[in-house]
Design a protein around this ligand. Sequence first.
Ligand SMILES: Cc1cc2nc3c(=O)[nH]c(=O)nc-3n(C[C@H](O)[C@H](O)[C@H](O)COP(=O)(O)O)c2cc1C
Length: 177
Amino acid sequence: MVHLLAVSGSLRQASSNSTLLRATELLRPKGLLVTHYEGIGELPHFNPDLIEHPPEQILELRSIIAQADGLLISCPEYARGIPGSFKNMLDWLVSSEAFPGKPVALFNASPRASHAQAALRLVLDTMSARLIEQASITVNLLSTPLSAQGIADDPVMGPQISTALEAFQRHLENQGL
Ligand SMILES: Cc1cc2nc3c(=O)[nH]c(=O)nc-3n(C[C@H](O)[C@H](O)[C@H](O)COP(=O)(O)O)c2cc1C
């Protein structure tokens, strides 16, 4: 079983990015498990003084990341950048052994969010993540907000997401995870 950890960059209850990640559960191919990390809003502010002895939530975050075969990230754009709470989580992972080499697929719920996507790519590359291009997609939930089921049933988005998940799964299986 291939295990993907989905992390949304939005804390908003009705977040399009979180809903997009929820839709992956409805579309996941056989042999792929998707779980969600929803703790970014409760993480303490990053402080380099605490790297050696990080708070309990950070140890838990690192352990959850370490257990996942790959990360599925979907993050909005705020003021042409990465939302602070999501960047805060990434900063805690910079010095973590769990992160370098971690396969990551970037999902994007808005075709307008090009600055945040570019910034995320730069940050993830700096953190030595392995960005899996064939599993990274942009869908348009900006003009038409949909439920997870609505996204899964959409004739364009549904197959696009399935194809991305299959590509991610194939990539991880071929790498021997
Ligand atoms: C404070 C704030 C700043 C935003 N700045 C941008 C921006 O610079 N570019 C953009 O394309 N959208 C911007 N947006 C729109 C959000 O990206 C959009 O509402 C998106 O759907 C939020 O993601 P979510 O639905 O997952 O919460 C901004 C929204 C907020 C609340």
